[in-house]
Design a binder for this molecule. Structure first.
Ligand code: SF4
Ligand code: SF4
Ligand code: SF4
Length: 245
């Protein structure tokens, strides 16, 4: 029997689901190997019977927390799909303000009809078996994870910082272009796609294991920057990690 896979969306832009749909031929292979029983962006099917649950987005209401806990009870494997679920992502920018203020800005006079809670990673509420980082995650990594789940192999996260892939791509360093790049401390696995595309790394794939802090300090010093400058940038995608401590 094929594993039953469900995709669930919480608060996010739904770009992670879209990235999965953009697999084109790979999604056909994927569908052949698993039964996708819930995937709102692609199908009206619904099921409460699944083995693997992908969680896109962050939980921003108490009702969301209850929902993700129920999903956890049913799923054998739960995957946090993308930055919003893995770290809170850009949704956590709201944690800089009071929840009352956020509701008022968004809903105006109707604010009292709604509720919200500070953004935290999904792992703050339920056990997460695998984190697929990125905004959105790298499609090859998603496929690699599904293959590992099907074959029982251990899924290995990328343990290099983005800089390794960036140098392999022979990019001109963003610091040399006068930009602030988070590549030295960010988990790779995205092939430094942003730098290769002419931009810089914003740290959407979270902190790499054992970041080389001394090397980072040297780079910052060379360009007249500080660790505080770096943390300000890093909080764009990772601000919720402070709340979850
Ligand atoms: S991680 Fe990025 S692409 Fe995925 S839902 Fe959040 S904002 Fe959208
Ligand atoms: S700091 Fe940024 S631009 Fe420079 S090598 Fe690292 S990832 Fe590439
Ligand atoms: S280069 Fe940085 S911001 Fe861009 S996808 Fe990779 S980790 Fe995310």
């Amino acid at each position: 029997m094929k594993p039953r896979v469900a995709f669930f969306d919480f608060t996010g832009c739904e770009g992670c689901q879209l990235e999965v749909l953009n697999f084109n031929l790979e999604i056909v292979d994927l569908i052949g190997a698993v039964d996708i029983v819930e995937f709102r962006e692609a199908s009206s099917d619904h099921s409460d019977d699944y083995d693997i649950a992908f969680i896109e987005g962050s939980q921003t209401t108490d009702r969301d927390v209850e929902r993700v806990q129920k999903i956890r009870e049913k799923a054998k494997i739960l995957v946090a799909l993308g930055a919003c679920s893995c770290t809170g992502g850009v949704n956590a920018l709201k944690n800089r303000f009071s929840m009352e203020e956020n509701l008022k800005v968004v809903y105006g006079d109707s604010a009292k009809l709604y509720s919200t809670i500070p953004t935290r990673p999904t792992s703050a509420y339920v056990k997460v078996d695998v984190h697929l980082h990125g905004c959105p995650p790298n499609r090859n990594e998603v496929i690699s994870l599904v293959k590992c789940l099907l074959t029982g192999k251990k899924f290995e996260q990328c343990h290099n910082p983005v800089c390794v892939e960036c140098k392999l791509a022979e990019n001109i360093c963003a610091f040399e272009r006068g930009e602030f790049c988070l590549g030295p401390i960010t988990r790779g696995g995205c092939n430094a796609v942003c730098v290769t595309g002419g931009r810089k790394c914003w740290g959407c794939r979270a902190l790499v294991d054992e970041p080389n802090v001394n090397s980072e300090k040297e780079i910052l010093k060379k360009y007249g920057l500080t660790m505080d400058d770096m943390m300000m940038q890093f909080k764009l995608f990772n601000g919720a990690l402070e709340v979850s401590k």
